[in-house]
Design a protein around this ligand. Structure first.
Ligand SMILES: Cc1cc2nc3c(=O)[nH]c(=O)nc-3n(C[C@H](O)[C@H](O)[C@H](O)COP(=O)(O)OP(=O)(O)OC[C@H]3O[C@@H](n4cnc5c(N)ncnc54)[C@H](O)[C@@H]3O)c2cc1C
Ligand code: FES
Length: 281
């Protein structure tokens, strides 16, 4: 059954938002879960986090960054178009409990998936401090949405064009050194950012969770593509995660595995651009 795109917008350069009609998934979805979609019969399956869901209206919102062939192809779709496959909700929901003060950290496109998690922690009665960061103001997304579900919002930009001039981890360190007792930190963003977050929180002994974006194919624990090393044990991010204890994750292995298909990904992207532009090479 095709899944209809109800709304499509470009929210910042190279980052897009799509709202999809998917009532069954929307009814079951929880913060922290993801979907796997396929645009058409010849398309690859890609995992994207559920950035928002509305059980009443039966919609799922995804936010994605143009990275290669499939995300570029996805960015060309418009309201009224359909996706061939849209499978979910996949993965374990975030653990949401009343724990006190929770710091949610979102970097780049990771700001979107941190939103439903921050909202769920707020609804559970926690005090939510959120730190969001991007390279510059133009790339900062969902600031208002995130502010609405946070007791305090901190903004950082690498170039200093908005908020603190520097990284999300600078603010995180300041908060950890402050007077407030922090019970939990959750971070979503590029692997290098999540690794740095783990390094900052470790000396403070604060429980820290990260959502791992390892390469996924089936999303059911069968193919093994998404394997990650956590606490010395092999785990499958799709069924054991995607969230794991940041202090136990082998980030070097994660980053190496993300580069595994770089040549094939580049070829697929070049072929897609060639086909679109009708070149004869
Ligand atoms: C659980 C999960 C949730 C994710 N949520 C989001 C999200 O909300 N928004 C977003 O922009 N991106 C998200 N990603 C990453 C997204 O899946 C990749 O950007 C996308 O697959 C890239 O495909 P491509 O063909 O455009 O690029 P490619 O050229 O094929 O790949 C570019 C890079 O994307 C990553 N990638 C490629 N294929 C996969 C795959 N099958 N699984 C995981 N990573 C892959 C690799 O790091 C690769 O180097 C998520 C990944 C996972 C595992
Ligand atoms: S994606 Fe295949 S095992 Fe996780």
């Amino acid at each position: 059954m095709p899944f209809k795109i109800l709304e499509k917008s470009q929210i910042v350069p190279t980052i897009h938002q799509i709202i999809i009609e998917a009532p069954k998934i929307a009814r079951k979805a929880r913060a922290g879960q993801f979907v796997i979609l396929r645009i058409d019969e010849s398309g690859e399956r890609i995992p994207l986090t559920i950035a928002d869901f509305d059980g009443e209206n039966g919609t799922i919102t995804i936010i994605f960054q143009e990275m290669g062939k499939t995300t570029k192809q996805l960015s060309k779709l418009q309201a009224g178009d359909s996706l061939l496959d849209f499978v979910g909700p996949l993965g374990n929901p975030s653990e949401i409990e009343q724990v006190g003060t929770v710091v949610c950290v979102g970097g780049g496109v990771g700001v979107a998936p941190i939103f439903p998690i921050a909202r769920a922690h707020k609804e559970a009665g926690n005090r939510v401090l959120t730190i969001i960061g991007s390279r510059n103001t133009d790339l900062l997304l969902w600031e208002d949405k995130v502010r609405d579900v946070s007791d305090e919002l901190y903004i950082t930009t690498d170039d200093g064009s908005k908020g603190h001039h520097g990284f999300v981890t600078d603010i995180l360190k300041q908060l950890l050194e402050g007077d407030e007792q922090i019970s939990l930190v959750i971070a979503i963003g590029p692997p290098i950012m999540m690794r740095t977050v783990a390094g900052v929180t470790h000396p403070f002994g604060v429980k820290t969770m990260v959502s791992l974006n390892s390469i996924m194919v089936d999303g059911t624990g069968m193919c093994g593509s998404c394997r990650v090393l956590v606490g010395g044990e092999t785990k499958f991010a799709c069924v054991d995660g995607p969230e794991f204890n940041a202090h136990e994750v082998d980030f070097t292995l994660l980053m190496n595995r993300l580069m595994m298909y770089r040549t094939e990904e580049q070829l697929a992207e070049e072929k897609y651009e060639c086909d679109r532009e009708g070149c004869q090479c």
